[in-house]
Write a protein that binds this ligand. Structure first.
Ligand SMILES: Cc1cc2nc3c(=O)[nH]c(=O)nc-3n(C[C@H](O)[C@H](O)[C@H](O)COP(=O)(O)OP(=O)(O)OC[C@H]3O[C@@H](n4cnc5c(N)ncnc54)[C@H](O)[C@@H]3O)c2cc1C
Ligand SMILES: NC(=O)c1ccc[n+]([C@@H]2O[C@H](COP(=O)([O-])OP(=O)(O)OC[C@H]3O[C@@H](n4cnc5c(N)ncnc54)[C@H](O)[C@@H]3O)[C@@H](O)[C@H]2O)c1
Length: 453
């Protein structure tokens, strides 16, 4: 076996891995990227992008549901699920080839196959051995394996994005982002949806008041939600699936055609032979320092969903990849900063969030002004007949800076970015209020969301 030499070998060609290539190639380093499956990874092929195509259809159904408020008469809509899945697949089909072209243009050697360590600076892929100055682990995440009998009967988000037949009923184990986003699409398409969440609150990391609004609107469209459950086992029953769980100390069951693993995702690092790479890890979590570097092997960096401590989001994967790339070029100088990273749960209406929740701000002992608004009576919300239009903005009393902003509906998935920008660049609540906004837009409501100062 011959050994090839590269300055940087990247394991994984998703957002994180691609993010690394910019800085290291600009510095003239030689780069190999090993990708076992589709270039682009989860976000464009099995995540954000195809999911949003389904969400857009759910949004259209939501608008149709409220057409009568605008005095538009429409018959009962009928969604052709198989055609929708075909549309989704068609929209993403060229992405891996386009990315391959862009990596070739960047002079990145893309190698197809599964890479794993055979030494601290050596990676094997098929019958090739790559000697690397630096190795980057950008291998993403996979659904959390659940240690319960019948776990193998569950499907995953990958299956939901591919199955051309709409199931009549679905149970989600876990009430996080995947359950809510897909649950909204399925419920609007006509499926019975049940969500079983272990903790007392859906979307446990999100602001409790925002989640309460979203839960109420999810129940309005027929989604059954049970929180604080303990899922015990799953079994087949007359061609369906039966989930056994306890709720309030009482044994219960729920049945559906499909049961989905929506219980979170864990770093996909267990087939990398980390021991051979001298990469310290415990329970599937690689030990890293604040520069995203392995604490035991200084040649190894980690970025994206494979990082066990940061939010698993596509822009964060790209951002961490860029930081790792810059740390490889300049030495370990840069640390990721997550405080102003906005995120959105693409339900219809969406829940969008940036910064601290109210509970976290209060736990930190900060003196805060909390501006909460139910905006359903505001002109903009009434114009569009919004079912939920809610905001909460948390402002630091001493600095007048934004600490957190949370929205349900009211174009919150767009407005949240304005608040992320304000947080990142220290724009104060007063300055946000003073800005002049195009009218009538949802953004023009921002100044009213912040009270009168
Ligand atoms: C259903 C779903 C919807 C989502 N929606 C959103 C959203 O709307 N917004 C958002 O911000 N985030 C969303 N996410 C999260 C987002 O997709 C991820 O955070 C992001 O894609 C992570 O990028 P990554 O590069 O770290 O990992 P990935 O994109 O998963 O890339 C890792 C790559 O490594 C490859 N690989 C793994 N092991 C090896 C190996 N040993 N050798 C070679 N290659 C290997 C894999 O094949 C994969 O291509 C969603 C996720 C899911 C599952
Ligand atoms: N819009 C987006 O940005 C988006 C969309 C989809 C997925 N994602 C990413 O993908 C990742 C995975 O999504 P997800 O929804 O699977 O995870 P999640 O972390 O959002 O939610 C998992 C939920 O499952 C619960 N849970 C865990 N074990 C359980 C059990 N045994 N029984 C019942 N409930 C259980 C958790 O308490 C949590 O509420 C997320 O981290 C998210 O960042 C992002």
């Amino acid at each position: 076996m011959t050994s090839e030499k590269f300055d940087v070998v990247i394991l994984g060609g998703g957002n994180a891995g691609i993010g690394v290539t910019g800085p290291v190639r600009r510095a003239g380093m030689s780069v190999a990227m090993i990708e076992a499956d589709l270039l682009g990874g989860t976000c464009p092929n099995r995540g954000c992008t195809p999911k949003k195509v389904l969400v857009a259809a759910g949004h259209a159904l939501h608008e149709i549901e409220r057409a009568s408020i605008h005095h538009i008469a429409i018959g009962k809509p009928k969604l052709d699920w198989a055609a929708l899945i075909d549309r989704e697949k068609d929209m993403i089909k060229d992405i891996p080839a386009n990315l391959a072209r862009s990596m070739a243009k960047r002079d990145v050697a893309v190698i197809k196959g599964h890479g794993a360590f055979i030494g601290p600076n050596t990676i094997r892929v098929s019958d090739r051995e790559l000697e690397a100055g630096h190795v980057v682990i950008a291998t993403g995440s996979k659904p959390r394996p659940l240690p319960i009998p019948g776990a193998e009967l569950m499907i995953t988000s990958d299956d939901m994005l591919s199955e051309r037949e709409l199931p009549g009923s679905v149970i989600f184990v876990g009430g996080g982002v995947i359950a809510l986003e897909f649950g909204h699409v399925y419920a609007r398409a006509g499926a019975e949806v049940t969500i079983l969440e272990a903790l007392p609150q859906l979307l446990p990391a999100m602001d409790a008041d925002a989640v309460a609004r979203l839960q109420a609107d999810s129940e309005r469209i027929g989604i059954r939600v049970r929180t604080a459950v303990h899922v015990r086992r799953i079994e087949t029953a007359n061609g369906r699936l039966r989930v056994h769980f306890t709720h309030g100390g009482i044994e219960r069951t729920a049945e559906a055609e499909r049961v989905v693993n929506g219980a979170g995702r864990v770093a996909n690092v267990n087939t990398l032979n980390l021991a051979a790479g001298q990469v310290e890890h415990a329970n599937g979590r690689i030990a890293i320092d604040r520069h995203l570097r392995s604490t035991s092997n200084p040649s190894v960096y980690v970025c994206g969903d494979a990082v066990p401590t940061s939010p698993q989001l596509s822009p964060i994967a790209t951002y961490e990849g860029d930081i790792v790339g810059r740390n490889i070029v300049e030495g370990p100088k840069y640390c990721p900063e997550y405080a102003s990273m906005a995120t959105s749960v693409y339900t219809v209406p969406p829940l969008a969030s940036v910064g601290l929740t109210e509970a976290a701000a209060r736990q930190n002992g900060l003196a805060v002004d909390v501006h909460t608004n139910d905006m359903r009576d505001w002109f903009s919300a009434k114009t569009y007949a919004e079912t939920v239009a809610w905001s909460k903005v948390i402002v630091d009393q001493s600095t007048d800076r934004i600490l957190g902003a949370h929205f349900v509906g009211h174009a919150g998935q767009e407005l949240v970015n304005i608040f992320g920008l304000a947080m990142r660049f220290g724009i104060t609540a007063r300055q946000i209020r003073e800005n002049v906004y195009a009218y009538p837009t949802f953004s023009s409501d921002i100044k009213h969301m912040l009270g009168h100062g």
